[in-house]
Design a protein around this ligand. Structure first.
Ligand code: SF4
Length: 313
């Protein structure tokens, strides 16, 4: 990690505090944070019928990020058509009415980003395998609305694999994001258990096509550790992301079971092992590797993109 980013993150993180849950190692403790700013942001989001992955996926960084005025918008509704074992975003049956798209969502994301005064906007979505275009038109429209409302802001997209529909990938890129993120999530061997409806090679292809189509756009991919993968499998995955996917940035964080129905944590990876992964990633050519227990693909995304851009210059 670049020293300047390290300093900023250390300054931004709250001092070590009481563990929120028992049986967690000390490096996975966070202080309780109750701020009116967090409640107010949640209220604004509900008023605009908006969702965030922060809330829906029960991210452990939610209070910290919301308090800092950061959030990752999750579009295409709050119901996912897939059943990934690590994720607590609500699942549903696509033939139900709740799956209808909110035509106001793109504009509402833009208004909310404006209200929050964001300089860096992160947009992700649920999987919408029920839609012929995977929701890519709606995704692209959201990027355009944000661009129009906040022309100086940078925009990062974290997209699904669109079931390998590369026209959908290109459609989102045509809307002009600064960073294209698609998470590999886990090592190849664990796909059937962790991402049963996804395909390892297909996800690599999404990253490869994104980089080939728009070489000027930073590409990024994230993975979780602690699901039963070996050290060698993680280094293999990093190699695959970088060489096949040509991604610029990797994020690596500890998997934490979001609910009792989620896959169990097999291992709490130590900070030293996270450091090893970062060194390995930088050694094989990533511009930036953000690796640590609380790292999530959108965590401090603005700083990560800034550091990666400096490394590209
Ligand atoms: S790390 Fe990302 S998903 Fe988690 S709270 Fe922060 S912005 Fe939201």
């Amino acid at each position: 990690m670049h020293p300047s980013l390290l300093v900023q993150i250390e300054n931004a993180l709250p001092a070590a505090g009481r563990a929120r849950r028992g049986r967690l190692p000390e490096w996975l403790t966070k202080p309780e944070m109750n701020h009116e700013s967090v409640t107010a942001l949640k209220r604004d989001l509900r008023a605009r019928n908006l969702h965030t992955v922060c809330e829906s996926a029960r991210c452990p960084n939610l209070r910290e990020c919301f308090h800092r005025g950061q959030a990752t918008f999750m579009i295409l509704g709050n119901l996912c058509t897939r059943g990934c074992g690590f994720c607590s975003v609500p699942k549903g049956s696509p033939d139900k009415h709740e799956f209808s798209l909110d035509p106001m969502e793109p504009a509402n994301v833009a208004r909310q980003a404006e209200t929050m005064g964001l300089k860096y906007v992160v947009i992700t979505s649920v999987n919408r395998d029920d839609l012929a275009d995977g929701g890519s038109h709606h995704f692209a429209q959201t990027v355009r609305e944000v661009r129009a409302a906040l022309p100086k802001a940078r925009v990062e997209v974290l997209t699904p694999d669109f079931e390998g529909n590369m026209d959908a990938v290109k459609r989102v890129l045509d809307a002009g994001p600064d960073v294209y993120n698609h998470n590999m999530e886990t090592v190849r061997r664990l796909y059937p258990r962790v991402r049963p409806q996804a395909d390892y090679r297909q996800s690599l292809a999404v990253l490869r096509v994104a980089k080939q189509y728009r070489p000027d756009v930073l590409t990024k991919s994230g993975l979780m550790v602690g699901l039963g993968e070996s050290h060698e499998e993680v280094t293999q995955l990093l190699g695959d992301i970088h060489l096949n996917g040509l991604a610029d940035v990797a994020t690596i964080g500890q998997y934490l079971q979001p609910s009792r129905r989620g896959l169990p944590v097999i291992k709490y990876v130590t900070p030293a092992e996270f450091d090893d992964y970062r060194s390995h990633g930088l050694g094989i050519g990533f511009k930036m590797v953000f690796s640590g227990p609380f790292v999530r693909s959108s965590y401090m995304a603005d700083l990560v993109a800034h550091e990666a851009s400096l490394a590209s210059a």
